[in-house]
Design a protein. Structure first.
Length: 269
């Protein structure tokens, strides 16, 4: 059983039962009841007297913490049976009303849920509004307001977005990638990009990753500099070798254009 590749920070909590005694079949989302970084949340879970933990945490900045490996049961929901079946996620609140969470944190939570489902063979997230579904919240198992009204109101949206990604066919052939990018207004010269993707592996990789993003919403503040674009796409997992892409985007105006459009037209992933 693996853990998510989305993890930015790891601090394993002593508060867990190892291993869990049931197959992972659910996800339970909590809130931190504060704007904690993933590092601070991990520190809280180091306290044995608190007897609390979660498998993952998501910060307001979208960074992901790992505190209990998925093969083990976290102590999160005040319900042993649920926690043996569920991967649990704590999400930071950004200080807004109704225990608000940032758009970045919400988007990363959706991405993390999708990753958990794919690796554990969960074909669909079913939010039923009670503990019978496989997307659940803390308040179903204990007298608590967790995960807060804002996050709770977004559970149908979370389930819908995850399910879209679970059923989405990944585009891999150059013609369908180029067609998708053209339809979304990201490129205007399909002939150029068909040739470029066939002859340049980096162009193909970038085009494929952007074409398979699930959102297409204009940013309010555009990113223009190569540094900002590479940082953003690296953060989203589209690029991993920042130095390579800094060099490529500086040298190749077509790659820069694609990265710019893809970055600025897909703010909510």
């Amino acid at each position: 059983m693996s853990n998510s590749s989305l993890v930015d920070f790891t601090l394993i909590s002593p508060n867990s039962t190892n291993p869990r005694n049931k197959k992972i079949s659910k996800i339970t989302i909590h809130h931190m009841a504060g704007n904690l970084t993933v590092e601070k949340c991990g520190e809280v879970f180091q306290n044995k007297k608190r007897q609390v933990s979660s498998n993952y945490g998501v910060g307001t900045d979208g960074r992901v913490g790992l505190y209990v490996e998925e093969k083990n049961r976290s102590w999160a929901s005040a319900n042993r049976d649920n926690d043996n079946m569920a991967v649990t996620i704590e999400v930071a609140n950004d200080g807004g009303a109704n225990w608000h969470v940032s758009d970045v944190a919400l988007a990363k939570t959706i991405e993390l849920c999708t990753d958990i489902c794919k690796r554990n063979g969960i074909k669909r997230l079913n939010f039923t509004g009670d503990k019978t579904g496989n997307l659940t919240m803390h308040r179903y198992f204990a007298a608590t307001a967790c995960p807060g009204d804002y996050l709770a109101s977004n559970f149908p949206y979370i389930a819908d977005e995850v399910n879209k990604r679970l059923t989405q066919k990944e585009l891999t052939a150059t013609p369908e990638i180029v067609e998708c990018l053209q339809k979304r207004g990201i490129i205007t010269n399909p002939g150029l990009w068909n040739v470029k993707c066939e002859s340049d592996i980096n162009a193909y990789w970038l085009a494929r990753k952007i074409a398979n993003l699930t959102k297409n919403k204009e940013r309010s503040a555009k990113l223009e500099s190569v540094n900002d674009i590479v940082r953003e796409l690296n953060y989203r997992g589209i690029m991993t070798d920042s130095m390579l892409w800094l060099s490529l985007l500086e040298k190749d105006k077509d790659l820069y254009w694609l990265a710019n459009k893809g970055c600025n037209m897909t703010v909510n992933l």
